[in-house]
Design a protein around this ligand. Sequence first.
Ligand code: TRP
Length: 366
Amino acid sequence: MEKSKKIILTGDRPTGRLHVGHYVGSLKRRVELQNSGEFDQIFIMIADAQALTDNADNPEKVRQNIIEVALDYLSCGLDPAKSTLFIQSQIPELTELTFYYMNLVTVSRLQRNPTVKNEIKLRNFEASIPVGFFAYPISQASDITAFKATTVPVGEDQLPMIEQTREIVRSFNHIYGEVLVEPDVLLPDNKACLRLPGTDGKAKMSKSLNNCIYLSDTQEEVKKKIMSMFTDPNHIRVEDPGCVEGNPVFIYLDAFCRDEHFKTHWPEYQNLDELKAHYTRGGLGDVKVKRFLNQVLQEELEPIRARRKAYEQNIPEVYRILKEGSICAQKAAAATLAEVKAAMKINYFDDEELIQAQAQKFRQQP
Ligand code: TRP
């Protein structure tokens, strides 16, 4: 049975280069899942159509960032031989599904979606929300269900989208018959990875706040950003006791550091707990901790940078990968759309039985 297949779908809006928050929140996990061999199919989508829902006036930004995101994917280790990398707008079936799903969702349900609510505020859309933006959770349900995804690895902010998708699936299957698959969300298991703060300690990493460490930053850029990171504002002299909770340097260490890092870079401590205890007691300066974080992060980012360099020398190949992936993704989405249309009774020309039955009905009429 189709249902027992394990299928991943996830993606990102191409509105900027991806940063270390994307990495620990989702990208790293995707690569692990890809290499686990546990999944029958993996679809990774560059969500350009979704990006246009709030960037309709800036198509060039979206166009430029397609290649940035693709390079970020490939450099993190997503492998086109194992994962299908594709571009959302190239799959018209997704738009078609969205139009049908719109009938299953109410305006008030969309208004209650906490992620959309928050984004409307952030973009000052309160007075005039573009319909496409307002409805993007429905389009996201199409992205997921078109591939019969069972598993959607995303960050915490996407939870309301998956919940909305599950409701649409239940509603569709209830009305039209069991066609769609209810997906499960897969969140990062490390709490620090759920929402990595910006280098300024603000909850959200954002390009406009200039508080992100990008996967494509050079070694020097990363070092500079780490050395100027916010820490505990009350930790003024080295002897002062410091606070690790809410301290971005320690949150980053929570996300990136493993015991092995201490063996190679800082053998005075066995593990992060010991380091935190020292910082909390007092007598440990921020600069030392930042230097250590720099070593840990550089070690993680170095292979990513190296792979990026290689792909940057072969951009036409990257576009070829996306094109092949889009062709493959379209086939999968078309198969689901055919089932959806049959279930919704809008497959008139494929249904010989219907044509015969209608013929019969009208023949009998005098
Ligand atoms: N909303 C996601 C983001 O902002 C991108 C996205 C679009 C997505 N469709 C999806 C993620 C389907 C997971 C599944 O990055």
